[in-house]
Ligand binder design. Structure first.
Ligand SMILES: Cc1cc2nc3c(=O)[nH]c(=O)nc-3n(C[C@H](O)[C@H](O)[C@H](O)COP(=O)(O)OP(=O)(O)OC[C@H]3O[C@@H](n4cnc5c(N)ncnc54)[C@H](O)[C@@H]3O)c2cc1C
Ligand SMILES: Cc1ncc(C[n+]2csc(CCOP(=O)(O)OP(=O)(O)O)c2C)c(N)n1
Ligand SMILES: [Mg+2]
Length: 662
C-alpha cells in the first residue's frame, strides 16, 4: 500500500454573474404562471426549474450553446461539466437509480448527441428514467448534412421510450413536461428532446404548467381484481412457490410490501441482478440471485418450483438459461407494468398488468383472504427442508489464488463489510460486477447500481458520480474492473473539480477478466487480446492516474493491508479516492450456467455439478451431494479445453445466448 501525494484543493472558478433581477423564482415557476416573454433557451431553463430538475450533466457546444447562457443564472439547476458525454448519460442514470428521480443529461448536436447513444441504450435496457436534451442544427439546415448534424431522433428511436424534435419554441415547456412525465411514469425509460439552435434563440412566451398532449398514453397501474384473486389462489395452493423479484419492485418502491407478502406466505425469494436490495440479503427467506451466476439454491429452486410469482422481472435469458427447460413444472404468475413483457419469453398462466406496489397491496389482501378461508397458510416445511439443504451444501464461496496474490472476491467482500448496507455500490461489467452482486450484502433498495441489460463497460465511475451527487451524505463505492475503468475514468477529473468524493476500488486482475474466463472455459485457454498489461507493465499506473485526476491514489497488493486501505479511503470525504487492488488473474465467477444451457446444468465450479434428480424436490428428498465430473476436470487441467463440457463450442456467444437458441 502506498499513500497519495498531497495535492492542493481545486481552485474555485470565478464567481457567477448576478442573476437578472426580473427572473421568476423556480418555486414560483412550479405553480401556475402568467405567460412571460423569453427566448427558447430561457424557456428551457425555466421548464427544467419548474419540473424540479436539480442537476444536469453535460458538455456545451455550438447548437446547445444558447441554452448554456441562461443556465448560468439558474439558482436551482446545477450543471455538472463532464469530460465525455457518455459520462453525462451514465451519471444521469446513476443519479436516477440512486434517488428515484429523473436524471438529466445534455449535449450538443452531432458528436455530442451520438456520444449519448450508449448511455441512452443502457438506460432503455434497464428501464431508467432519464431525459436527454440535445442541441440540433437550425431548422433551415436540417437535412442538409450541415456541420455537426446527426439525426439523433432517428438514431435513438429504438432505444428511447419516446423522443421528439421541437420545431417551435412555444412547445418547449410542453416538451420538457412530457419528457419528464414519460420518463418517470409507467415503465420508466429514457426520453430525448432535440432542440434546434434557432428554436433556442427565438423569442417566445413561457407559462407553466403546459398542457400535455399524450393521447393514448395511460399506463395501467391498477391490477385487475380477478387476476389478483386467481394469483392468490395459486399462491395458496402451491407447495413449491418462489417469488421471482425483479427491478420493477425497486422502481415501484414496493420493497416493504414485498416483505409483507413474503412473510405472509413463507415463500422463498430470489432477486435478479437488477433487484439486489429489493429484499434484504439477511432475510432467512432470501435465496440470493438467480441466473447465470446466481446461487445454486436460487437456480435450483426456480427449476423445481411449482409456482413462480414474477414481480417486475422480465424472464431475461441470463436468468432463464435455455428457455425450453426453464422451470418446467412451474405455473407462472407474471406481474409487470408493461403489458409487452407479459408472456414475451415465458407464457404466463396468470398475467397481471399493473404497478408492483399496487399489485402487492392487493395480493396481500387476497392471500390473507385465501388463508382465512383455508384456515392458515400452506405448509411449506418440505420445500424449505430441500432449500435449506441446498443452501448448506452449495453456499457461495471462493478459493484464494494459489500464487499468493489477493483474492478479488475477498477485497469486494471486505468493502461491503466495512462500508456496510447504508452505502451505495456501483459496478462496471465483468467478473468484478458478478462478485459485487454475490459478495456484498444488500439490505436496501437503490443501494446496488449496475448495468444489467446492456452490460456497458465504463458504467461504474460516472454512475457513482451521479449517485453521489444525488445522495451527497451517502458513501458511494464504485467497484470497477481494470478494463472498464479505462473506458470512463476521465470523470474522476469531474468528480475532483466539482467536489463529488466517490470511492473507487479497481479490481485489477490485469485482464478483461470475464472474457478471459470464457476463453479459459470455451476457447481452449487461448487468450486472444484479453491481457491489458495492467499487471505486466503497470500501464497505466492507476495510483498515479488517480493523482493526476485530482484524487487520492492508493494501492493494495496484500491481504493484511486490505482492511487498512479500505478504512483509509473511508476516512477521506473531501476528495475522490481510487484504490488499485492488484488481484490474482485466474479467479473465476462461480456458480455458472453456460449461455444457452439449461439451468439444470448449473456448475458450482469447473466440472462440479450438483445432482438434482427430477423427483427430489417434489418428494422432499434432500440432495446432499454433487457430481464431480473428473474426466472434465482432467480435460480442463491437461488439455485446457472445457468448452465441450458446456457445449459452448457450438456457438455460445460471449455477451449473448447461443445461435441455436435464438
Ligand atoms: C455479465 C452479466 C451477467 C449477468 N448475469 C446475471 C445473472 O446471473 N442473474 C441475473 O439475474 N441477471 C444477470 N444479468 C443481468 C441480466 O442481463 C438482466 O439485466 C436482468 O436479469 C434483468 O433483471 P429483471 O428481470 O429484474 O428486469 P429489469 O431489467 O430490472 O426490468 C424491470 C421489469 O420491471 C417492469 N417494471 C418497471 N417498473 C415497474 C413497476 N412500477 N411495476 C411493475 N413492473 C415494473 C419493467 O417493465 C421490466 O419488465 C447479467 C448481466 C451481465 C452484464
Ligand atoms: C463497451 C463494452 N465492450 C465490450 C464488452 C464485452 N465485455 C464484457 S466483460 C468484459 C471484460 C471487462 O474487463 P474488466 O473491466 O477488467 O473486468 P473483469 O471482468 O476483469 O472484472 C468485456 C470486454 C462490454 N460488455 N462492453
Ligand atoms: Mg479486469
Amino acid at each position: 500500500m502506498t499513500t497519495a501525494t498531497p495535492r492542493p484543493a481545486p481552485v474555485p472558478g470565478p464567481p457567477k454573474p448576478t442573476p437578472p433581477p426580473v427572473r421568476p423564482t423556480p418555486a414560483a415557476l412550479r405553480t401556475a404562471t402568467e405567460p412571460i416573454s423569453v427566448t427558447g433557451a430561457q424557456s428551457l431553463v425555466h421548464s427544467l426549474e419548474a419540473v424540479g430538475c436539480e442537476a444536469v450533466f453535460g458538455i456545451p457546444g455550438g447548437t446547445i450553446l444558447p441554452a448554456y447562457d441562461p443556465l448560468l443564472d439558474s439558482t436551482t439547476v446545477r450543471h455538472i461539466l463532464v469530460r465525455h458525454e457518455q459520462g453525462a448519460g451514465h451519471a444521469a442514470t446513476g443519479y436516477a437509480q440512486a434517488t428515484g428521480k429523473v436524471g438529466v443529461c445534455m449535449a450538443t448536436s452531432g458528436p455530442g448527441a451520438t456520444n449519448l447513444v450508449t448511455p441512452i441504450a443502457d438506460a432503455y435496457m434497464d428501464s431508467v428514467p432519464v431525459v436527454a436534451i440535445t442541441g440540433q442544427q437550425s431548422r433551415a439546415l436540417i437535412g442538409t448534412d450541415a456541420f455537426q448534424e446527426a439525426d439523433i431522433t432517428g438514431i435513438t428511436l429504438p432505444i428511447t421510450k419516446h423522443n421528439m424534435l421541437v420545431t417551435d419554441p412555444i412547445d418547449i415547456p410542453r416538451a420538457i413536461a412530457e419528457a419528464f412525465h414519460l420518463a418517470s411514469t409507467g415503465r420508466p425509460g429514457p426520453v430525448l428532446v432535440d432542440i434546434p439552435k434557432d428554436v433556442l434563440q427565438e423569442q417566445t412566451t413561457f407559462s407553466w404548467p403546459p398542457e400535455m398532449k399524450l393521447p393514448g398514453y395511460r399506463p395501467t397501474t391498477r391490477p385487475h381484481g380477478k387476476q389478483i384473486r386467481e394469483a392468490a389462489r395459486l399462491i395458496a395452493a402451491a407447495r413449491r412457490p418462489v417469488l421471482y423479484v425483479g427491478g420493477g419492485v425497486i422502481k415501484a418502491g414496493a420493497d416493504a410490501e414485498l416483505k409483507v407478502l413474503a412473510e405472509l406466505t413463507g415463500a422463498p425469494v430470489v432477486t435478479t441482478l437488477m433487484a439486489r436490495g429489493a429484499f434484504p440479503d439477511s432475510h432467512p427467506q432470501h435465496l440470493g440471485m438467480p441466473g447465470m451466476h446466481g446461487t445454486v439454491t436460487a437456480v435450483a429452486a426456480m427449476q423445481k418450483a411449482d409456482l413462480l410469482v414474477a414481480l417486475g422481472a422480465r424472464f431475461d435469458d441470463r436468468v432463464t438459461g435455455q428457455l425450453s427447460s426453464f422451470a418446467p413444472d412451474a405455473a407462472i404468475v407474471h406481474a409487470d407494468i408493461d403489458p409487452a413483457e407479459i408472456s414475451k419469453n415465458r407464457r404466463a398462466d396468470v398475467p397481471i398488468v399493473g404497478d408492483c406496489k399496487e399489485v402487492l397491496v392487493d395480493l396481500i389482501d387476497a392471500v390473507r383472504g385465501e388463508q382465512a378461508e383455508s384456515g392458515g397458510r400452506t405448509d411449506l416445511a418440505a420445500w424449505w427442508k430441500v432449500l435449506d439443504e441446498w443452501r448448506e451444501t452449495f453456499p457461495l464461496g471462493y478459493d484464494w489464488p494459489s500464487d499468493g496474490m489477493l483474492s478479488p472476491e475477498y477485497v469486494i467482500e471486505r468493502i461491503g463489510a466495512i462500508a456496510g448496507p447504508d452505502a451505495v455500490y456501483t459496478a462496471g461489467v465483468g467478473q468484478h460486477q458478478m462478485w459485487a452482486a454475490q459478495f456484498i450484502r444488500y439490505e436496501k433498495p437503490r443501494s446496488w447500481i449496475n448495468s444489467g441489460g446492456l452490460g456497458t463497460m465504463g458504467f461504474a465511475v460516472p454512475a457513482a458520480m451521479g449517485a453521489k451527487l444525488g445522495l451527497p451524505d451517502t458513501t458511494v463505492w464504485c467497484i470497477d474492473g481494470d478494463g472498464c475503468f479505462q473506458m470512463t475514468n476521465q470523470e474522476l477529473a469531474t468528480c475532483a473539480i466539482e467536489g463529488i468524493p466517490i470511492k473507487v476500488a479497481i479490481i485489477n486482475n490485469g485482464n478483461l477478466g470475464m472474457v478471459r474466463q470464457w476463453q479459459n472455459l470455451f476457447y481452449s485457454q487461448r487468450y486472444s487480446n484479453t491481457d491489458l498489461g495492467t499487471h505486466k507493465h503497470r500501464i497505466p499506473d492507476f495510483k498515479l492516474l488517480a493523482e493526476a485526476m485530482g484524487c487520492v491514489g492508493l494501492r493494495c497488493e496484500s491481504r493484511d493491508k486490505v482492511d487498512e486501505v479500505i478504512n483509509q479511503a473511508m476516512q477521506i470525504n473531501d476528495q475522490p479516492v481510487v484504490i488499485d487492488f492488484v488481484v490474482g488473474a485466474d479467479a473465476q465467477v462461480w456458480p455458472m450456467v453456460a449461455a444457452g444451457k439449461s439451468n439444470d446444468e448449473v456448475k458450482t465450479a469447473r466440472g462440479i455439478r450438483p445432482l438434482f434428480d427430477d423427483d427430489d424436490a417434489a418428494t422432499g428428498k434432500v440432495i446432499d451431494h454433487a457430481v464431480i465430473d473428473h474426466a472434465a476436470v482432467e480435460r480442463q487441467e491437461h488439455a485446457g479445453d472445457f468448452g465441450a463440457e458446456f457445449g459452448a463450442e457450438f456457438g455460445a456467444d460471449f455477451d449473448g445466448g447461443t445461435e441455436g437458441e435464438r
